[in-house]
Design a protein around this ligand. Structure first.
Ligand code: APR
Length: 252
């Protein structure tokens, strides 16, 4: 079957679906110029996660960790949502029950207007008190350029930390519950994720286990490729655009 047939097959499934769950990773933001983590040009090729993305690393050197997050915030602030973000945003308004479970902390899905976003790994634009002073238990939004780093907690004056989920940390309970509920769906689509970081990597198989039709869109094979019902080897911005043309022919 040619790739085109695979796209038509997926479009058919989506046309018949009312409950759709999409799981995204860094590959969806690649076309916006945001580096992925793994693979060619991935962040973890030039930076060491244990130096930058763990609570231990932050305790050791909060300035280094903040300089890295400030750099990533700068990159994202200059970026724009791409066609993949746009199509997913359109779906979030069209399907009866739509959930986006994203591992991405860049906020580009939200900037594209996507509804029903579950931020599974937090957000670059959220901060929290490192000492958990209780002044702002759920953290706060800060989209400024931060100026002097490390930033401070506005309530206790102590260190503020990035509102992202670091390696070794648990997924926030509300996000985990929302993602789990979203696995009861007709179609579950994993897009632009290497499917190596758990628990996110297990979600699409979880949906399959509950009877959903599962699919993956990724130019490269991943550990999930052999277990989904349909794997489409392609770039998110191109495959989603073709899907949208099939789902919504011009003027319909
Ligand atoms: N379209 C679709 N997929 C793409 C594209 C594209 N244009 N470009 C690259 N990819 C794919 C790559 O083939 C790779 O499989 O996107 C995937 C990106 O994988 P990772 O860099 O590992 O990103 P992700 O899966 O989101 O990482 C999971 O790991 O580092 C932590 O917390 C971080 O949320 C992140 C988690």
């Amino acid at each position: 079957m040619t790739p085109q047939d695979d796209v038509s097959l997926l479009a058919e499934r989506l046309r018949a679906a009312s409950r759709v769950t999409v799981i995204t990773g860094a590959g969806v933001s690649a076309a916006s110029g945001i580096p992925t983590f793994r693979g060619a040009g991935g962040l973890w090729n030039s930076f060491r996660p244990e130096q930058l993305a763990t609570a231990e690393a932050f305790a050791r050197n909060p300035r280094l960790v903040w300089e890295w997050y400030a750099w990533r915030r700068g990159l994202v602030a200059r970026a724009k949502p791409n066609r993949a973000h746009e199509v997913i945003a359109a779906w979030s308004a069209r399907f009866e029950r739509f959930t986006l479970v994203t591992q991405n902390v860049d906020g580009l899905h939200e900037r594209a207007g996507t509804r029903g976003v579950v931020r599974f790994h937090g957000s670059l634009w959220e901060l929290a008190c490192w000492d958990r002073c209780g002044g702002a238990p759920d953290g706060w939004t800060d989209e400024s350029d931060l100026g002097e780093v490390p930033p401070r907690c506005p309530h206790c004056g102590g260190l503020a930390r990035p509102g992202v989920v670091w390696f070794g940390e648990a997924i926030p309970a509300a996000a985990l519950a929302a993602a789990s509920a979203a696995l009861d769906c007709d179609v579950c689509l994993a897009i632009g994720t290497s499917a190596v970081v758990h628990p996110a990597a297990g979600l699409v198989a979880g949906a399959g286990g509950r009877g959903a039709f599962t699919a993956e869109i990724n130019p490269e094979a991943t550990p999930a490729t052999s277990s989904v019902d349909l794997a489409i080897p392609g770039r998110a911005e191109e495959v989603l655009d073709r899907l949208e043309v099939l789902l919504c022919p011009a003027g319909s």
